[in-house]
Write a protein that binds this ligand. Structure first.
Ligand code: NI
Ligand code: MN
Length: 223
């Protein structure tokens, strides 16, 4: 059985088809339920962009576990310059590739970053498929991501200020049509005020077929 666990902010840990993955593991975030030393195993680490609240502890986790980092080409180049011993799989926006038996797509995200375009990821296994949207605004092509990759679980930023807020994120749910939507990237800092309850209410209005699950840091869902 696989699981998806929220580590606070945009950081998630998951196991799909026995492959241990992390998204944007900023383990030092103030809401994190785990410490860096608790992380013993990782196979793939997906990094959406290189703002500190996403790049977080990526290099330390990779060095310690041997996990491969997956990121857009330009960010991989920058990370390899910073640490030559890491293995970084450089992708770019647009295709579906196979990594450790999982199908992985890099999707666009509309945001900023120091190296390479910010992205999201769809990771598909037999047990489930997860779309981590990264930091982004709402964009109409989320509909295409939903139509062609059919993610069962969508992880969406709802905090506002730097990303979508609760209403825009609920509208994203209507475009993506996942079975489950999980809010992230809220209340870590004072300006990202978006409320998960408000997000849930908007989803109930706009696309009630999707179930919103509000996780507490450290909580997980199984599949
Ligand atoms: Ni950012
Ligand atoms: Mn961010």
């Amino acid at each position: 059985m696989g699981y998806l666990k929220w580590l606070g902010h945009a950081a998630f840990e998951a196991e799909i088809d026995g492959v241990k993955i992390f998204f944007d593991p900023w383990i030092d975030n103030p809401m994190s339920p785990v410490k860096l030393e608790d992380i013993a195993k990782a196979d793939l680490i997906f990094v959406t962009h290189d703002h500190g609240d996403h790049l977080g502890n990526v290099i330390e986790i990779s060095k310690k576990t041997g996990a491969k980092i997956v990121a857009i080409f330009d960010l991989c180049e920058a990370l390899k310059k910073e640490c030559s011993s890491i293995e970084c799989i450089d992708m770019n926006i647009g295709s579906l590739v196979e990594l450790d038996g999982l199908k992985v797509a890099i999707t666009p995200a509309f945001h900023s970053g120091f190296h390479g375009h910010p992205v999201g990821f769809v990771v598909k296994g037999k047990e489930t498929s997860i779309y981590h949207a990264g930091d982004t605004c709402l964009f109409k092509d989320m509909e295409i991501i939903g139509e062609i990759y059919k993610p069962e679980i969508a992880l969406l930023p709802i905090g506002g200020w730097y990303t979508m807020g609760p209403y825009e994120a609920a509208y994203a749910v209507k475009l993506i049509k996942p079975k489950i939507a999980i809010p992230m990237h809220y209340k870590t800092f004072p300006v990202i005020k978006g409320s998960p309850e408000e997000f849930k209410k908007y989803v109930e209005d706009l696309y009630p077929a999707t179930r919103v699950i509000i996780l507490k840091p450290g909580e997980k869902i199984e599949f």
